[in-house]
Design a protein around this ligand. Structure first.
Ligand code: ZN
Ligand code: ZN
Length: 367
């Protein structure tokens, strides 16, 4: 199994400052992709899970030759995390049409089905601030999948991806009696249909992956703000429904935070956050402690808490802004890349822990 984490945009909510210094690297809004494929598999079969959809993620993915996502997870409904959702839904469907020689959009909707959009219940459905309140018109191109239960493993299972590229994706809540393994459906969240990789390639079974949401505090206009834990099990890729063989399979966790200022102790202490293979972390400022985002100063203690030093962990600092550092007087201007690098270089994490600034279009192989 090969897992790559791609980071798109990686900038703060407002990007660079218009009319001010251009010394800072170009960074757009935030999005992350996890690409999973079979090691040495020449079929090009790849499962693509996208987390957040800040612009210009779609253009960046096209430039890098990345296939459409099978499923989109949203950490919260702030604009800088959903600003490319319209583009993503439309561009994906049109990409499928062109690739498969379908000329009628209504026919295409029947053939390929909508993109599954997964988030906490309020993130999707909050009447004022939920993503559906803003992008409800995309129904048909997307399929909304609100998740009602925090701290509960869910499974994404891809049934059949043969044929014209319309593999079905289903989301199940895990059975707790089975240690998180799914041998029975204890509460179906929803059924989604999603396209998968290249036509003609059999990617069924590349998913399943499992995921859970943990709640975080961000801002009052970001209902359902969550951190995502993704769990991949080695050796079970390509199999059908998860069964007993899953219980002994080694796991690889990837943790993706959206924006957060703080989280409750039980979340910080969650065993699922310990020693992930990759941790993508909202790190908005270097020193300044604003109201809505964690700073690098604060995140250092989280990184120390979530790593033991016994496992390889790649930490990617994301959502880079630094504007608060300027406002609070820690820097004379908005910190540029050199300032950020100096801050990172001045931090000594535990052994086997690597801390890097996530790059726009960066690809990080973690397995
Ligand atoms: Zn944000
Ligand atoms: Zn936000």
């Amino acid at each position: 199994m090969k897992i790559e984490v791609w980071t798109w945009g990686t900038g703060g909510p407002f990007g660079r400052e218009l009319g001010a210094s251009s010394s800072r690297r170009r960074r757009g809004h935030t999005a992350t992709s996890i690409l999973i494929s079979e090691e040495g598999d020449g079929s090009g079969a790849t499962a693509h899970c996208m987390i957040d959809a800040g612009a210009p993620a779609v253009e960046s993915m096209i430039e890098k030759g990345i296939s459409s996502p099978d499923i989109l997870f949203l950490t919260h409904p702030h604009f800088d995390h959903i600003s490319d959702l319209d583009r993503l839904a439309n561009s994906r469907m049109r990409g499928l049409m062109v690739r498969e020689g379908v000329r009628d959009i209504e026919e295409a909707k029947g053939l390929f089905g909508p993109l599954a959009v997964v988030g906490a219940g309020d993130c999707i459905n909050h009447p004022a601030d939920g993503v559906r309140a803003r992008f409800g018109y995309l129904e048909g191109l997307v399929s909304w999948k609100p998740i009602s239960a925090y701290d509960t493993w869910h499974s994404v299972h891809q049934e059949d991806a043969a044929g014209r590229g319309n593999g079905s994706v289903e989301i199940y809540r895990a059975s707790e009696e089975r240690g998180g393994c799914i041998t029975e459906i204890t509460g179906e969240v929803g059924r989604a249909f999603s396209s998968v990789a290249q036509s003609g390639s059999r990617t069924d079974g590349l998913l399943p992956l499992e995921f859970k949401l943990l709640p975080v505090s961000h801002s009052k206009h970001a209902p359902g703000s969550s951190i995502f834990v993704f769990r991949f099990r080695e050796g079970v890729i390509g199999q059908g429904m998860p069964g007993e063989e899953w219980e002994d399979a080694p796991t690889i966790n990837v943790v993706i935070s959206g924006d957060f200022k703080s989280m409750e102790d039980w979340v910080v202490d969650s065993h699922d956050l310990l020693d992930p293979a990759c941790l993508v972390l909202d790190t908005n400022t270097i020193i300044a402690c604003g109201k809505y985002h964690a700073s690098f100063q604060e995140n250092k203690s989280l990184i120390d808490r979530w790593t033991t030093g016994d496992e390889e962990v790649l930490v990617l600092l994301n959502h880079i802004s630094g504007f608060g550092d300027y406002v609070e007087g820690f820097y004379d201007g908005v910190p540029d890349d050199r300032d950020w690098q100096e801050a990172v270089d001045g931090y000594a994490p535990k052994p086997k822990v690597t801390v890097r600034i996530a790059e726009d279009g960066g690809c990080y192989r973690i397995k």
